[in-house]
Design a binder for this molecule. Structure first.
Ligand code: ATP
Ligand code: MG
Length: 252
């Protein structure tokens, strides 16, 4: 289970996050939505500890990032917006390196082979990462996220640049992770995917959480009818002078 409390982040004078709190339960997929610059990547990077929060707390399975960084990182996998792999390793060396770093080498050969086949990288396993295409590097980052036994998985725009088969595999794997009790947080602009995949949606705007709930709850919040899509809600809720501001609804 992932819990974040009062996340606040300033980059010098720019406030990227303003007191954002939410949780992702075991076996839950939560979508993190918001316009460009809303603070999605900052939220994910803060959870991993890559960037230091100005204020706020991150907790995974009862361990605090501030106090038990190792325990938090052991339970966490993160697929970044722009993968930055070690280019001078081969694909299989890279995957092995990640598995070793997480001390999860048992069953490595079988697990890595299965993942390489699922993401069509098996034939490229002995090639240098340097020689992979952009989408292949994204797939490698996804394989690395699934190679160890993470309980909380963070994805930043995971479907951008991935071919349809890879996207299908990834969605299937996210659902499998949920069924295995993992907490999954996905930042995405793909509203139709979020609508189909996520149990709950969080919408950020200008560093603030402006809405949170199931699709049905958001429809109600946005005062839209039952057949309104997530896109209708997103555009209503993130518009200047949105429903939340004009109605003064709490929690929006
Ligand atoms: N390293 C940085 N230095 C200064 N400001 C930053 C830095 N990274 C992000 N920001 C600012 O913080 C705010 C939130 O950025 P963030 O990358 O979290 O947005 P995002 O929701 O992920 O956007 P996108 O949909 O474009 O990926 C923006 O105003 C951005 O300009
Ligand atoms: Mg981003």
């Amino acid at each position: 289970m992932l819990i974040v409390r009062n996340l606040t982040k300033y980059y010098r004078t720019v406030q990227a996050l303003d007191n954002v709190s939410f949780s992702v339960a075991d076996g839950e997929i939560v979508g993190l939505l918001g316009p460009n610059g809303a603070g999605k990547t900052t939220t994910l990077r803060a959870i991993t500890g890559i960037i230091k929060l100005t204020e706020g707390e991150v907790e995974i399975d009862g361990f605090s990032l501030a106090k038990d960084e190792q325990e938090v990182k052991r339970r966490l996998a993160y697929v970044p917006e722009v993968p930055n792999p070690f280019e001078m390793l081969t694909v299989i060396e890279h995957i092995r390196f990640i598995a070793m770093a997480y001390n999860t080498m048992s069953g490595f050969d079988e697990r890595s082979e299965r993942l390489l086949h699922r993401f069509d990288l098996y034939e490229r396993r002995n090639d240098l990462v340097l020689t992979l295409s952009k989408g292949m590097k994204q797939k490698l980052a996804i394989i690395c996220a699934f190679i160890h036994d993470a309980r909380t998985i963070l994805f930043d725009e995971p479907l951008i640049g991935i071919d349809p088969k890879g996207a299908r595999e990834l969605k299937d794997m996210i659902i499998e992770a949920k069924e295995n009790g993992c907490s999954v947080l996905i930042s995405t602009h793909m509203l139709d995917t979020a609508e189909r995949l996520c149990d709950r949606i969080i919408i950020l705007r200008s560093g603030q959480k402006i809405a949170e709930g199931t699709l049905a709850e958001l429809q109600e919040r946005a005062r839209l009818t039952q057949d309104a899509t997530l896109e209708d809600m997103f555009l209503t809720l993130t518009a200047e002078g949105s429903a939340s501001e004009s109605t003064g609804l709490p929690g929006l």
